[in-house]
Ligand binder design. Sequence first.
Ligand code: SAH
Length: 252
Amino acid sequence: MTTAILSALADEQRGLIEQLKNPIKMLRAGREFWCGELHGHPVVLALSKIGKVAAATTATTLIEAFKAQRIVFTGVAGGLGAGVKVGDVVVATEFFQHDMDASPLFPRYEIPLYGRTLFPCDAHLSALLLEAAQASCTSPEIIFDLNYSAPQRAVHSGPMASGDRFVSGASESVDLQAALHAQGLVPLAVEMEGAAVAQVCFDYGIPFAAVRTISDRADDQAHVDFPRFVVEVASVYALAIVNELMRMLPKK
Ligand code: SAH
């Protein structure tokens, strides 16, 4: 069973490529795909690229051209939920698009013609990913000597919002959450790709799970926190979590 590991950013993917057994690099749709083995599992590694369309193209290519039978997504996100701090990890339970609005033809946030707003993650794969995230975050191997809310970092599990916008303002974040809350949507984090990949996996009926390290609070500081965090922390987390997950997955 081929597992696709989709990374949001090159820094996150680098460590995985280094570990790949029998690596083969292939080009498709203007993207690089790395096929090989991790902990005895056939895998294909890809970068999602940024934004919903780019991520959907990558996911579709993974499934159609590389026969991925499940997709695991690692990346970073802005924390929205109270108590979701920089350095915490969120495993998604479901995704929605915070910038979808075909009202009044369809309810706000509903994806037209699907009759749904929420795209669920696979419960079993997400439970394993949550376990892997919890194990990794408490691992002494992870050096975490920065000022990022260590050592009380937490692993959360809950809904995530995606949209084609880097949310980087305190008032923007408050307005976004107020509009979502009015529709009963309470995301823990916001990013730019997950809902697109979740929708593609829904269409193809393949399991999907996603984990995001919180790189910023989607506030006025977001653009400052983000770059340093990705290099120094998120890539280390992503590597540890994926390694742990691959060790846990049954071999078939
Ligand atoms: N400067 C980066 C691009 C950042 S875009 C680069 O050069 O590659 C932000 C990425 O992180 C997106 O992939 C998105 O999924 C995630 N992200 C992190 N914080 C976010 C926030 N506050 N709002 C939206 N997306 C966020």
